[in-house]
Unconditional design. Structure first.
Length: 293
């Protein structure tokens, strides 16, 4: 038989059975949080659902970036083709734009190789095209490298079209090849903002003086062209005269300031020989087209 506790001792029972705060801190079981068990299949399904949700979020978060220069380049190319084809025909227009486009792509590739940012080319009906890049970025060698990249690509495209014209006896493509050789000969004149002017800045700025005179002689022999073409040619002539005056009045050192050493002299030599080789190829191509070879 159990012992009968007095009534007054029952009031002490909760106090005696309830642990104190110090006892809970000392007891590790009292500080443990119990987490519901998850079976392996449930955990795997839940992780798979979370991965699916994250993938859906990534799919919806993908953004498409549109380059406005690329859109402007494509639009100007289409407009230029329509204008040129209306005057010279579809075949000739395609040939002209091929040479011009490949020329400008040569500038872009050369600029990317030396780490200079450049935009897509903009085509101007009756004039040609241009690529936008910072002419003051980098040193003179980078500007010359970008400058000669266009003629290398453009002359190569002209040679291919010349071969196609001879192979299929196409008079239209022969005219296109004549255009390609002539334009690159003018573009390699060491004057102004022409590609030859950028090359001369690295090889020797004294070349700006005879280059300006040669460009002036070419401009005087230009036939009837649109008013905006004459405006652009006039601006090129003004920059050529300004650079020639810089050489005559201030007499800057040939090439970029501080250029010295065998490596840089070798670069100037290779750049000069490359430009002369392009000029020779264009002259030979024109002679072949005119039957002088």
């Amino acid at each position: 038989m159990g012992r009968n506790l007095p009534l007054h001792s029952l009031s002490d029972l909760p106090t005696k059975l309830t642990p104190s705060v110090g006892a809970m801190d000392a007891c590790p079981l009292a500080q443990t949080r119990f987490v519901p068990l998850q079976f392996p299949e449930q955990a795997g399904q839940k992780g798979l659902e979370n991965r699916r949700r994250s993938r859906r979020g990534q799919q919806w978060s993908v953004s498409v970036k549109v380059d406005p220069w690329a859109i402007a380049s494509l639009g100007s190319l289409i407009v230029n083709y329509l204008v040129v084809s209306a005057k010279f025909g579809a075949v000739s227009a395609a040939g002209f734009l091929t040479i011009i486009g490949v020329h400008e792509m040569g500038h872009m590739v050369a600029a990317r190789l030396v780490g200079v940012s450049v935009h897509w080319p903009i085509f101007i009906p009756g004039v040609g095209a241009f690529v936008s890049w910072n002419a003051k970025s980098g040193d003179a060698f980078k500007r010359a490298f970008i400058g000669i990249g266009g003629p290398i690509a453009g002359v190569a495209a002209t040679l291919v079209l010349h071969w196609v014209a001879v192979r299929f006896d196409s008079e239209d493509l022969k005219d296109v090849a004549w255009f390609g050789y002539s334009v690159h000969l003018m573009n390699l004149i060491p004057a102004g903002v022409l590609d030859g002017g950028h090359i001369a800045e690295f090889v020797g700025r004294w070349m700006w003086v005879p280059g300006a005179a040669l460009l002036g002689w070419v401009v005087l022999r230009v036939g009837e062209v649109a008013w905006y073409a004459r405006l652009i040619i006039g601006l090129m002539m003004m920059t050529a005269i300004w650079r020639a005056l810089v050489v005559l009045l201030w007499r800057p050192r040939a090439g970029e300031k501080g250029i010295s050493g065998r490596g840089k002299r070798l670069k100037r030599t290779v750049m000069c020989l490359g430009a002369l080789l392009l000029v020779a190829v264009c002259l030979v191509g024109l002679a072949a087209l005119t039957g002088r070879l």
